[in-house]
Design a protein around this ligand. Sequence first.
Ligand code: SF4
Length: 556
Amino acid sequence: MYKYNDFDESFVRNRVAQFSAQVARRIDGSLSEEEFRPLRLMNGLYLQLHAYMLRVAIPYGTLNPDQMDQLAHIAEKYDRGYGHFTTRQNIQYNWPKLPDVPAILSDLADVEMHAIQTSGNTIRNVTADHFAGAAADEVADPRPVAELIRQWSTDHPEFQFLPRKFKVAVTGATADRAVVRAHDIGLVLKRQDGVLGAEIIVGGGLGRTPMVGKTLKEFVPFDDLLPYLEATVSVWNLLGRRDNKYKARIKITVHEHGIDDIRARVEDRFAAIKPSFGGIDMEMLREIEGHFLPPIFADKPVDAYTRAYEADPVFRAWADTNLAAHKAEGYAIVTVSLKKPGQTPGDATAEQMRALAQIARDYAHDELRISHEQNVILPHVHKSNLPALHAALKAFDLASANVGLVSDIIACPGMDYCALATARSIPVAQGIATRFEELKLEHDIGALKIKISGCINACGHHHVGHIGILGLDRAGVENYQITLGGDGTEDMVIGDRTGPGFAYDEIVPAIERILLCYLDLRDGPEETFLAAYRRLGLAPFKAALYPAKEEKANAA
Ligand code: SF4
């Protein structure tokens, strides 16, 4: 993985020193909260409902074991013993004390991490396919491009005061696991006539106006990629609506001007700035690529895996749900679920983080990833090591066999922590997961993505959940709207709203009615919830959700 050079090292250390001085001035009263606010946001420090929250970037979701150990150390020493992995491949600490923040940032710098540009109207942490470098369906590893974008966008002088925040995601595989069509810019790496490049998708986003990104250009060769991205952000930086923050995101600019107009402006700007890059971007990319060479894969038998799979039903259930196909013979990608029914989705204790770091050292070529689905990935595990790895996970309560099932729910922090929340989301996720564990229906139901947001900002990606839940405030009372049929993959679809919302104590039974209806109407166990919804449409699910209303309508 990428190692800091002298520039990265001194940039991050200087920022720690600068922010430490700003914190000291805030504590001694020479800076007011109003003056301090933009300074702390530049360094990922939010003021939430109960305390400060520090959001730390995990670039394109990639961690080494020493970094994971350091995240555990920070959780234990400065917070309440746990961290929360987010839907944008960050980790959030919910209880840091202001005087400790400089020391936290210094500890992060020791392992080449920081919290810069995890807030504010800047280009945020670049996210990527969490199976990068390992997936069987990969055309190109997205991490070198993501790192190039990280370096280009960090402290970019033109892009520090954008109209709004700006999010970039990169995938290099056939299946979109990075939700690229819901980002301000999404890149799909491709090979065309032997040349590597990217399809540029622009103007996707969720929030109060969900939109599926549109293709700005089918193929931009790597030679032109950085100037093309700079041209795109630059066009929006001038056109974006600074008069209304709800209309400032690039999705609205694309919608108001039309994709053809934006494309023409980007092409003009690209032609003007391309010569100034002078090839330095490609030199950087080549240098970065050297940091992402694949590990040396072992060529050995997988008998231990086969024996355990046949003999141990617990191991078999876990292997069936938590493993994905690897590009190397004899290897698997492991998803470690942070969704044990009843726990807060995406939370890991310091002890669990340390265990994961050691497991990565012992069995996974020293690599870990954080997925936008709030799980931890061990991308390179030889199958012969899987039984021992599974036993190690069990010892730390990390062996839930539920990846991609009902209880593998994405949920934002909601009203438990977030100052913008209009409703709770974590307890709703816990309630659904616990209920379906009681019903023992999770494996019958099969593949399902439930996503929950605690307000219209949609950090929980509810619009693209097969079942989406949005918590709102109706006259001081929590009310939950349901959407069905959303999909965050390469076939991205925004879900359909079912109708009136549900009170907090009605939402779990409502989800149960939807899923019992699905079990009733599906063509067989092979037909997933999403496939059944696409075949049947909203009507039967609506009838199951609002039975009293349907009866009244039939009686009339
Ligand atoms: S969706 Fe709303 S409540 Fe949830 S984390 Fe985002 S801003 Fe906070």
